[in-house]
Ligand binder design. Sequence first.
Ligand SMILES: [Mn+2]
Length: 413
Amino acid sequence: MASSLPILVQISSLNRFRLFAPTFPRDFAKCPVSLLNFVATNWLPMSGSKYLEKFDAIVKSFSRADRIALCHDLDADGLSSAAVAFNAIKLLRGKGPDLVITQRFKTVQLLPESVELLKRKKIQKLIVVDFALDQKPESIAQAKKAMGPKGQIIVIDHHKKYGAKQPENVFILKPQDFSKIEPSRYPCAKLSYDLFSRHVGLSKSSWLACVGLIGDNQIKKWKPFVKSEARRHKTGIKELLGVMEIISAVEVLSPRKLASLLRLLIKAKGPRQVLKSKFAKYAKLLDGQVKKLYRQFNSEKEIHPEQSLVWFAFKSRHNIKSAVINRVSNRLYPDKTVIFVQDRGDGYISFSARNQSFKVKTNELLERAVKGFENAGAGGHVPASAGRIMKKDLPAFKRRVLEFLRGGRFSQR
Ligand SMILES: [Mn+2]
C-alpha cells in the first residue's frame, strides 16, 4: 500500500550514500554537518527524497483557481493512470482537471490539436501520465509556449529516461528517481496512486491502480496489493482483468470512444459498473479476433534460433498486435525475443517487441533499428516496446534486428 513508499525512499537514499561514501574521508561521521550538506546539495544528483519533495510541493500548490489539464496514454495503464490522477486532483482542490486530453492515437508527443487546446482553454498546469514526453523535447517546448511563461508541465511516467536536462517549470518524475523498482515493473497507475496517496486518501480508486498494473503485465510483482484492494472493493482478479480487457479492446477497435470510457472509469465505484456497461461488447469482439490471429501466428511464425528470436508478420486493419504478442510472449516464449510486425495497409508498418526475461533491452533494440528512417519512431520498456516505420524500410529494419541480435547487442547481464 501507499505506506510502503517512504520506506523505499529511505532505502534508496541510503544506497546513494553508500555509493558515494568511498570517495569521502573514512571517518566521514566526524565531518561537520554543514560540509555534508554542501556535498549533498552541490555534488550529488537530486536525491530520491528531493524528487518526492518537489512532487509534494507542486501538488500542494494546486488550487481551485488553477487551470489544469490532464493528458494520458491510451492503453489500460494509461487510462487507469488518468482516472487515478483525475480523482486525486478532484480531492486535492475540490474540482477535477479543467481539461482532459485523450489524443487521437497512441504517441509520446502532444499532437498539434492538443497544444492548441492548451492555449484555447488557457491551461496553466499540464499533467501528463504514462508517456515519456521527455522523448520529444520539441513537444515540451510547444506546450510551454502555448501555456505562457508561467506554464508548468508535470510528467508522471515509468518509461526509461530520455532527456538529461529538465527545462524550467518542467518536472518529470519516474520510479528511477526514488525507487529501486525496475521502471517497467512500476506501472503508472500504481505509481500515480502511490504518489498522490501521499496527499489524499485514494482507497476508492485503488481498483483502478490494479487495472493499470494488470494492463502492463505486472500482476505477479504486485499480487499482495491487488489481492487486498480487490477484497476492499468486494471484487476479484477476474473482474479487474475484465476491465483491463475492455479498455484494451476499445483502444484497438474504437479508440474514439476512449474519452467516454475514461469518464466512466472516473465515476465508477468498482469494476462491475464497467463490466455491465455498453463498452463490454468490445472485449468479446476483440477476443474473437485475438484467437484468430493466435492461430495464424502458430502456423506462420518464423523462428530464428541464432538470435533467439520469434518473428511474425501479418496484415490487419486494427492495432491488435499488443493483445496477441502479450499472450504469445507470456505463454509460449518468455525466454525469447518476440517481434510482431503489422501491415495496416496505410503505407506504414507498426511493430511490437517483447522479452519477458529482461535479457534483451527491446526498447533500445528497436530505437537503434529505426535510426535514420524517415517518419519512424520507437520506444518503450526493456521487456515491452513498440514503434512504426514506413513500409519501404521493412527489409532494412529486419536486417538490422537480425544483425543486432546475432551480435548480442542490447543484451543485459
Ligand atoms: Mn504504462
